[in-house]
Design a protein around this ligand. Structure first.
Ligand SMILES: C[S@@+](CC[C@H](N)C(=O)[O-])C[C@H]1O[C@@H](n2cnc3c(N)ncnc32)[C@H](O)[C@@H]1O
Length: 233
């Protein structure tokens, strides 16, 4: 048993997902709709976080929305259903890419949702910009010797916050002039390190909304806004 309850809860969630990967693709219900979930993909069946952030996010009417780490694609598809004109969803996990495509098809928004296999922004053209960029991130910082053995590990753990560092450094270049950069986080994440990284990249951190849930432990889920210096009045 680890001394860190956040780490222990994430290991437990990972175990539940791994059991689930032996099963066939199946469906679950979230936000009063049915969704496909493929083996090896982070599943909103096991946590309230996806539905929570998806209902809290701002969706620019007729605007462009980027979801980093789309998983099953619930948020990206929801953005299209809420009226975003152009949605791009990307994930480092090839199974998540296929899963997001399947749910875009299931909800008839494939014409507005482009899904890319990408490590953060790598597969995007450098000049493409969005009104909202969002990532429900892998905010658990594991011990230094932790290894990301499977694609599913990337859904939970970010050793040394290497992916967060790149997200904060690279996202502002893909924001429209009044674009908003949002991060789905929690009190299980390393806030001190996140703040240091925000300082390094000239971002101001604020909490848009948060909610405490009693799961196996008490967790506060937080939707954070990261405002680049050029956007501040
Ligand atoms: C916490 S899960 C969220 C999944 C989905 N958005 C949801 O809310 O159900 C984090 C997602 O980020 C993806 N991810 C992790 N590192 C990534 C990276 N470097 N580039 C793209 N996606 C990444 C994971 O594969 C995973 O699907």
């Amino acid at each position: 048993m680890s001394d860190d309850p956040g780490m222990e809860r994430s290991r437990e969630l990972l175990r539940r997902h791994q059991e689930h990967t032996t099963r066939e693709p199946h469906t679950f219900t979230a936000l009063r709709k049915k969704w496909d979930v493929f083996p090896g993909v982070f599943s909103p069946e096991f946590t309230p976080v996806t539905a929570m952030f998806t209902t809290w996010l701002p969706y620019p009417p007729d605007g462009a929305f980027l979801e980093v780490g789309s998983g099953t694609g619930v948020t990206a598809v929801w953005a299209a259903l809420q009226g975003c004109r152009r949605v791009v969803a990307l994930d480092i996990n090839p199974a998540a890419v296929e899963n997001t495509r399947a749910n875009a098809c299931r909800h008839d928004v494939s014409d507005r949702v482009t899904v890319l296999h990408s490590d953060l922004f790598d597969a995007l053209p450098p000049d493409v910009v969005f009104d909202v960029i969002f990532w429900n991130s892998n905010y658990v910082e594991p011990p230094a010797d932790f290894s990301l053995d499977t694609m599913l590990h990337h859904a939970f753990f970010d050793p040394g916050y290497a992916a967060h560092r790149r997200f904060l450094a690279e996202a502002p270049a893909h924001l429209a002039p009044d674009g908003r950069l949002l991060l789905g986080f929690s009190d299980v994440g390393n806030h001190e390190l996140l703040r240091q990284l925000c300082d390094t990249y000239g971002l101001t951190l604020s909490t848009l909304r948060s909610e405490v849930r009693e799961l196996h432990m008490t967790v506060e889920f937080q939707l954070l806004e990261l405002t680049p210096a050029r956007h501040r009045p």
